[in-house]
Design a protein around this ligand. Structure first.
Ligand code: IPD
Ligand code: CA
Ligand code: CA
Length: 276
């Protein structure tokens, strides 16, 4: 099967998942649970993951999967061969609160390198796609990342972990970005933050997330011309495309400067602006 054929099949599955998500909201059937204390999950997250898993198995029998609700074993990122990386609902808190920034994210990875990505936002009517080395699209139209050259005029997306005690160290980064950039957005769906970078709505995005949050959007942003990387080196043996620690994605011209600013903030070296 060609990558184009795989992409078509993946778009169909993501669109069907998006319909389940819309129907679930209309049915107002939102049972909330919590995993590991603070992290919210609804019955719909699990139902959508189950449907995607079944559809992937029937279209691509025997290929491995890493999915947030049903197969969250992150060791899978180290294996060779085919791997489907699935977030059935990215933006669960938005979904549960009736907000619209919600997406289905599916990536197909081969030997640790992402080959295609689909991010479908059912309430926004947007489907972002990319094939490695072939470009990125929004609803079938080619998209390009921002060409911003100035940190001062850049709008930067980010997010925060569910664990509240992990949020505090990120305040330094937030202070630095608010001081040096146009402003910050916290829209609550990492996959869509990356697609917003891909189509130039955001100039940059930084965060630490799980592989299913970013695998598809990361390829989409890179194929749209954004620079993708990490603030600190990726450990040897782990595929960069699936290593979610300290991601930085931005317009190419501001990547180095923004990376330096965030590292300085981490090191407490910005005392002149009260961040130390
Ligand atoms: C979350 C979203 C959010 C990010 C969190 C993720 P979920 O995914 O992508 O924007 O800040 O780190 O866990 O839980 O809604 O699938
Ligand atoms: Ca997610
Ligand atoms: Ca999720």
């Amino acid at each position: 099967m060609t990558l184009e054929e795989r992409l078509e099949a993946t778009i169909d599955i993501a669109t069907a998942a998006g319909k389940m998500i819309r129907d679930a909201r209309e049915g107002d059937d939102l049972k909330h649970h919590f995993k590991e204390g603070q992290e919210l999950v609804t019955d719909t997250d699990v139902a959508v993951d189950t449907m995607i898993t079944e559809r992937l198995e029937s279209a691509f029998p025997g290929e491995d999967r890493l999915s947030e609700e049903l197969a969250p074993d992150k060791d899978a990122v180290e294996q060779d061969g085919a791997l489907w990386v699935v977030d059935p609902i990215d933006g669960t808190v938005n979904f549960a609160h009736g907000l619209f920034h919600v997406a289905v994210s599916i990536a197909y990875v081969k030997d640790g390198v992402t080959q295609l990505g689909v991010v479908h936002a059912p309430f926004l009517g947007e489907t972002f796609t990319a094939i490695r080395d072939k470009g990125a699209w929004r609803n079938g139209q080619s998209i390009s990342a921002s060409q911003s050259e100035s940190l001062e005029q850049s709008l930067v997306g980010t997010g925060f972990p569910y664990r509240r005690d992990s949020r505090l160290p990120l305040m330094r980064r937030l202070g630095a970005v608010l001081h040096h950039c146009r402003d910050v957005r916290r829209n609550g769906a990492a996959a869509l933050d990356l697609c917003d970078v891909a189509c130039g709505r955001l100039d940059a995005y930084y965060e630490t997330v799980s592989p299913w949050d970013f695998a598809a959007g990361w390829l989409i942003a890179r194929e749209a011309g954004a620079r993708t990387g990490h603030l600190y080196p990726c450990p040897e043996g782990l595929p960069e495309d699936l290593y979610g620690e300290n991601l930085l994605v931005s317009a190419p011209a501001i990547f180095d400067e923004l990376g330096e600013l965030l590292r300085q903030a981490d090191a407490g070296e910005l005392r002149d602006i009260g961040i130390g």
